[in-house]
Write a protein that binds this ligand. Sequence first.
Ligand code: ZN
Length: 285
Amino acid sequence: MAIRNVHHLNCGTMCPVGGWLLGQKGLGRGRLVAHCVLLETDRDDLVLIDTGFGTRDVAHQTPLRRSFRAMVGPRLDADEPAIVQIRALGLDPRAVRHIVVTHLDVDHAGGLSDFPEARVHVHAREHAAAMARTRPIERQRYLPEHWSHGPRWEVYSEDGDTWRGLPAITRLRGLDADVALVPMHGHTRGHSAVIAPAGDRWLVHAGDAYFHRRTVEGGAAPIGIAAFERYTQIDGAARRASAAALRQLREHYTDLDVFCAHDPVELDALAAAAPALRAAAPRPA
Ligand SMILES: [Zn+2]
């Protein structure tokens, strides 16, 4: 078994204006999370899926835009960066040898510089979009300071492989564990889901392919979420197709845990279930 332990982490609480527009109770600000996953593996040490905000963000050493901070309300809590939580788990952050990212928006790439030695696996279209920042929305969403340390990028395009009927990049360089990228474009140009086997189930980290669980449960996202999805999308038709593909995956297969980056209810449910997986996993000899 290549993956023997899974930790669901919140690496960036955000408190956007209008919680009720997000389907949450009360008239105050809402609560969103930055759901990252830490995998303890047999052969690849630690693998991190997405990175949330990093220590430089919480120390206000990166220029997060004023409009982003006003609207999205990142709390920038010093306890939340992945590197801090990894140490709190009693693990060595230098053992994070691989980071697989859904995309490179500020709230997903902030922690990259906390792991300068890690190989960073990302879709080629996402990497190109983040480096070029050609459109105004791309100059807002990507922060070059998040990769000014010069990460060891590993970029990929679709190579003909599939997973559950979807195009997938199933062989990530240097990784023994079955972690893969499943392109789910639309939110950004190269946005992808990241999948990983955990016990007898598959984790499907859908990133920002959707923002509220209702989207994949067959309902409609709350009005504020739907508006935000449209505001931040680079390609509406592709984004809707990605959400539909995730909904179908969830309907057709019962062995998937599909979750997005920002829904706190999904994170709480998976974090509560993770200890059972750890207990069931065989310990290494
Ligand atoms: Zn996001």
